[in-house]
Design a protein around this ligand. Structure first.
Ligand SMILES: [Zn+2]
Length: 162
């Protein structure tokens, strides 16, 4: 079990944060952006980057080769739909994708939109961690968080359209 402090001050004990999120035990700030039979999309607002999405499997697996056939198809379909929504609604030109199998949680893919300020931290994978830390530590002001929340709602609306 691990103890997780939620942004509302509540502390919960869970075996796996991804299981807690995808099962609905924990509600992510900003809500569930999209959900299918096999996947769950939300933003981790601890990293207030406009349009950032985390796409987690509902099944507690760690590795890509554990996905079954239905999950494989669902994954690429929802991943590309979210990507298109980021482009159409938020004007996001580039996204970085990050996924590691040695996670303490379970299968989840980070979709990190690329903004101009991020190039100060490098041009590729080496910039990802500094970018996330910069967002968490320096961009938590009301105005930015408000923009992040509006982006979550815009993506949620777009993905539930028809
Ligand atoms: Zn899990």
């Amino acid at each position: 079990m691990r103890r997780i402090s939620l942004s509302n001050g509540q502390v919960v004990e869970v075996d796996c944060l991804s299981c807690a999120l995808t099962s609905g035990l924990i509600q992510p700030d900003g809500g569930v952006v999209y959900e299918t039979d096999y996947f769950h999309a939300h933003q981790d607002v601890a990293y207030p980057i406009r349009g950032l999405i985390i796409l987690a499997s509902k099944r507690h697996i760690k590795s890509f080769d554990e996905l079954n056939e239905k999950e494989k198809i669902d994954y690429i379909t929802i991943l590309s739909r979210i990507r298109q929504a980021q482009r159409d609604v938020l004007g996001i030109e580039y996204v970085y994708y990050f996924y590691n199998e040695d996670t303490t949680h379970h299968f989840h893919t980070w979709m990190v939109p690329r903004y101009d300020w991020m190039y100060d931290f490098g041009r590729s994978v080496e910039s990802l961690r500094p970018v996330l830390l910069h967002a968490r530590n320096e961009m938590n002001d009301d105005e930015n968080v408000k923009e992040v929340m509006e982006a979550i709602h815009a993506l949620t609306r777009e993905l539930h359209r028809g």
